[in-house]
Design a protein around this ligand. Structure first.
Ligand SMILES: [Zn+2]
Ligand SMILES: [Zn+2]
Length: 382
């Protein structure tokens, strides 16, 4: 059960092909077709397409009883103009694979190559290529798809490459690894007026001025404690860019962030009560909605143990430094119905950060990520 040098060369070339043709969240149609055509020669026992959007799942079944293991990668790129100068630079203006999901996809395709040649000794392996990770709706969409019930795993695993961590080393811990977060949009509606007679209208000015610092002040607590909460006001707009009209409308956007889902529920209640009270004081209409909802990602100790053991067997260094992360990851949705674990594979200490315009997935991580997953599968399924 291992990759050959020619597999690695193929996978590297294929990763770079994906890099040239990035598609952003919920538009991953061609990327999904590319995955299907790469995996078809490996003759999976089943391929499901259109999961939660453009998601693809390939199933390699031993035909014998045993656990189902799911390995997850993401299909989506970002609306960022690539500024690096790699030969396989994005050919799509304004879009690029600046999170390395092309590389994660190649790692899963590597597993397809190996399981195509030899099935696990028991149970099944599901390679899950999910859509729309960046917006937070992809994993939730896959899990909500009724067909997901037919590939429901006992264990779900994922990795993300991570600049700032020494190349090829891994960060992993039990419990929270990524925070819960969500975007809150607050819309305030009053009444416009001539700017010479503002008293005849209802301006949202005071409410906007009060709400922004008050929302931010709802955050607090130490990041290493479960009560941690953070509110980042990301955007505000009011009225029109003119001088003759007193404003009758405003919008504030803020990102809410907590370590745990329960704390998030409480934070939402606090933020909503604050917005309601502030709007009422100014006689404004209020509408609140939420976007890009990420649940917290928690590693089940038993699943994380499987990854740690695989790394020990493969001689790959790992520790739990700098975890959890403040950032969010929609893999948490898989953990609500399976024992799941996610790990972070070092891209190099001085490597450009994720979502920077000069980032490019380091291809030498493909065999390292694949080796860890293959060893974990071997240890569990034989
Ligand atoms: Zn990202
Ligand atoms: Zn990512």
């Amino acid at each position: 059960m291992q990759l050959t040098n020619s597999d690695i060369a193929d996978l590297t070339k294929w990763r770079q092909k994906l890099h040239r043709q990035p598609e952003i969240s919920n538009e991953e149609e061609k990327t999904a077709l590319e995955v299907v055509s790469f995996l078809t020669p490996t003759e999976p026992d089943e391929i499901l397409t259109g999961l939660g959007g453009h998601g693809v799942a390939a199933v390699y079944d031993s035909g014998k009883p045993g656990p189902t293991l799911l390995f997850r990668s993401e299909l989506d790129a970002l609306p960022i103009e690539e500024l690096g100068n790699v030969p396989h630079k994005s050919e799509i203006p304004g879009k690029s694979h600046m999170c390395g999901h092309d590389g994660h996809t190649a790692i899963l395709a590597a597993l397809g190559r190996v399981f195509g040649r030899e099935r696990p000794a028991s149970g099944r392996v599901v390679l899950m290529f999910q859509p729309a990770e960046e917006t937070g709706d992809g994993a939730a969409g896959v899990v909500a798809d009724p067909r997901y019930g037919t590939i429901l795993p006992n264990f779900a695993f994922s990795l993300h490459n991570l600049p700032g961590v020494p190349f090829g080393q891994v960060r992993i811990r039990d419990g929270v690894v990524n925070c819960a977060s969500r975007g809150m949009r607050i819309e305030l509606t009053g009444k416009t007026a001539h700017s010479s007679m503002p008293e005849t209208g209802i301006s949202p000015m005071q409410a906007v001025a009060d709400l922004m610092p008050a929302l931010a002040a709802l955050g607090g607590g130490r990041f290493d404690e479960d009560g941690f909460a953070m509110v980042t006001v990301t955007h505000a707009t009011m009225g029109e860019a003119v001088f003759g009209i007193a404003p009758g409308h405003a919008e504030i956007r803020a990102t809410l962030r907590t370590r745990l889902d329960g704390r998030m529920a409480a934070l939402c209640e606090q933020a909503e009560a604050l917005a309601k009270g502030t709007a009422e004081r100014s006689g404004l209409g209020l509408k609140i909605d939420y976007h890009e909802i990420f649940v917290a990602s928690l590693n089940a100790p038993q699943a994380a143990d499987h990854l740690r053991r695989a790394m020990d067997d493969e001689g790959i260094a790992h520790d739990d430094k700098d975890l959890p992360m403040r950032a969010s990851e929609d893999f948490g949705a898989f953990g609500q119905r399976a024992k799941s674990a996610m790990m972070f594979l070092g891209a190099g200490e001085t490597y450009p950060q994720l979502h920077n315009p000069d980032y490019d997935f380091p291809d030498d991580l493909i065999p390292i990520g694949a080796r860890i997953f293959l060893r974990a599968a071997k240890n569990i399924l034989g």
